[in-house]
Design a protein around this ligand. Structure first.
Ligand code: ATP
Ligand code: MG
Length: 572
């Protein structure tokens, strides 16, 4: 079916002014381009142009799922409490779960995710290892009563998700499908034109989860990540094995106690001693759950990562003012030399080759310089303690890490038997035993992905759609609809493009050229064919590429083919 629309017939109420409530580009532009309207906090109507883009994104997701043998079905949004009670999540989920009662007083909820329903769907039906694996997906509306719905479609309460669930007889099968899903998610992001990174949780940790988040890089992203050009990426909060660069500049020297009146901070200390902040060592005092005093030692210019500190000494809690008084140690002048008896010294491993430390003397107004591990104090363990930063080295290669913010577009997860055990979803294994399914779940935020594309593809004038997601691919703009050359030429090109399988819209409105240009750039049609005076005087039209701003004069007769080829080369 050719797609040939007319602007006069499309419901796309564009706005001239920036809406005050919109803080981020995607929210502002979706409102201004007449694509969405807010109904309530975090709840939106998708107007026709947005809906066209959403359907395209859904179709990309659908194709990628079908390519890996995942089948589409449709699960109910309204779900009985009993299933959630079985999994235990009726009590665990909290206020994000929207609960309701039917007329008989029975409890239900609006699905924020569908593990319970899908597990219920296959249990009792898939009985043998021979029937496995099974992988199913849906594209459906989700409801989560988010505490802070914001940024338009990026964090809604009602939103569209592609969610897939898989069932396996063994871990290898789960891993194989998980990898296939992850590859499909990468392909999905590529086809949407997203600049993305896969952030993999470190599954080496005990009790660690096997999961990967697909993050679209964006200033307004809620997550901070570090990444390397080699493809390695991690959440800043947990980024492991990041080798901090900590050049050891100085030779070993004698341990010298220095009077440092009034010096309480690293910056003061460094300038007082005339050394760099990274040549000082910051000591952070904590207490283990057993009541042992712990000193975390990190380079003076770095931040202690609480996740890593907790990993090093589980349950350790940084001291507060009262604790400092109780221990009788000075917060502003702590150090590893002669700490209180029984203090556990845990040091960032980047300090390992630093032989001459500037540290507090555990006495107000005094510090040591030339403190040397092994000689002046014993470190109990060297480990990774600091927050990863731009410029650190990649743990996988020698690349230099960058820090960026990201939007979580999708996530893949190995669930194991979390749901199948709780819900008694079992199959008969090859050896005849009855076992719970191994499960995986895989989610993509369809409407969040739409917003993420705009966050990455927009400018002062409006949206700059990648062809794969644009509501339509080409706009033809006749600059005078009452001119008896201009309008027929425009209509002819519009018709020819549609016949050639290009999605095209004709701006047939009787408006000034400026209005048409502004709307075309605001909505962001990837290619615009401008039919003006030169169509009459020189027999040419102007072909404008939205992304580059490049404009070419093309003879009328050649325009449809030239434009069609352009579009076909940009489809993904
Ligand atoms: P977040 O951490 O951003 O709240 P999540 O990790 O809770 O998301 P998942 O349960 O992994 O989300 O859901 C799968 C996908 O659904 C997410 O990767 C995201 O793209 C999308 N999604 C989740 N919550 C929302 C929301 N409130 N609005 C729009 N999309 C969402
Ligand atoms: Mg997630």
């Amino acid at each position: 079916m050719p797609v040939a629309l007319k602007m006069s017939q499309v419901y796309a109420p564009t706005l001239k002014e920036d809406p005050a409530e919109a803080e981020v580009a995607s929210h502002r532009l979706l409102l201004r381009a007449g694509m969405v309207r807010k109904v309530a906090a975090g709840i939106y109507t998708f107007l026709p142009l947005a809906w066209r883009s959403i359907r395209k994104i859904e179709q990309v997701a659908r194709e990628e799922m079908e390519a890996i043998g995942c089948q589409e079905l449709m699960l109910p949004i309204v779900q009985p409490a009993e299933l959630w009670q079985e999994s235990g999540r009726w009590d665990l989920y909290g206020p994000e779960l929207a609960r309701l009662k039917d007329r008989a007083g029975r409890d239900f909820c609006l699905g924020p995710t569908h593990e319970e329903v899908i597990t219920d769907t296959v249990r009792g039906e898939v009985r043998s290892y021979r029937d496995l694996p099974v992988s199913l997906f849906q594209i459906n509306t989700k409801f989560r009563d988010e505490a802070r719905p914001r940024f338009g479609l990026l964090r809604g309460r009602e939103f569209i998700m592609k969610d897939a669930y898989s069932f396996h007889a063994d871990a290898d099968s789960l891993q194989e499908h998980y990898d296939a899903q992850a590859r499909a998610y990468g392909a999905f992001c590529d086809r949407l034109g997203l600049d993305w990174r896969a952030v993999t949780a470190d599954s080496g940790q005990i009790g660690g989860k096997v999961t990967t988040e697909f993050m679209a890089l964006a200033e307004n992203g809620e997550a901070a990540l570090v990444y390397c050009d080699c493809g390695w990426a991690a959440d800043v909060e947990a980024a492991e094995s990041v080798v901090a660069r900590h050049p050891s500049l100085r030779e070993p020297g004698p341990l010298t106690r220095v009077h440092t009146p009034g010096i309480r901070t690293i910056a003061q200390l460094a300038s007082f001693l005339g050394i760099a902040e990274h040549d000082t060592v910051k000591t952070m005092a904590a207490e283990s759950p057993e009541g042992q005093l712990v000193f975390f030692l990190i380079p003076g210019d770095r931040e202690l990562n609480p996740v890593k500190a907790d990993r090093a000494v589980p349950g350790a809690r940084l001291l507060d003012e009262d604790d400092f008084r109780r221990y009788g140690i000075p917060k502003g002048s702590l150090g590893p030399v002669a700490p209180p008896d029984g203090t556990l010294l845990v040091a960032d491993r980047s300090l390992q080759d630093e032989v001459s430390w500037g540290v507090g003397a555990n006495e107000n107004d005094f510090h040591f310089v030339g403190a040397m591990p092994g000689r002046d104090f014993e470190v109990a363990s060297w480990t990774d303690l600091v927050v990863a930063e731009e410029g650190d080295l990649c743990p996988e290669c020698d690349g230099v890490l960058k820090v960026a913010r990201g939007i979580e577009v999708g996530q893949v997860f190995q669930l194991g038997t979390r749901y199948s055990e709780a819900m008694h979803a079992t199959f008969t294994a090859e050896d005849g035993s009855e076992r719970p399914f191994l499960m995986g779940c895989y989610g993509i935020g369809i409407t969040r992905a739409l917003a993420a594309v705009i966050e990455q593809h927009s400018d002062e004038q409006g949206i700059v759609w990648p062809v794969s997601v644009a509501p339509l691919e080409v706009a033809v703009l006749p600059l005078a609809v009452d001119d008896d050359t201009v309008y027929p030429v425009a209509k002819g090109i519009w018709q020819a493009l549609a016949d050639d399988g290009i999605e095209v819209i004709l701006d047939d409105r009787d408006d000034r050229a400026g209005v048409k240009f502004a709307d075309a750039d605001l909505i962001g049609w990837p290619v615009q064919v401008i039919v003006g005076r030169k169509a009459v005087s020189e027999g040419t039209v102007e072909v404008k590429v939205r992304e580059t701003g490049e404009r070419t004069q093309v003879p009328i007769a050649q325009a449809p083919l030239r434009v069609a080829e352009m579009i076909r080369s940009k489809r993904r």
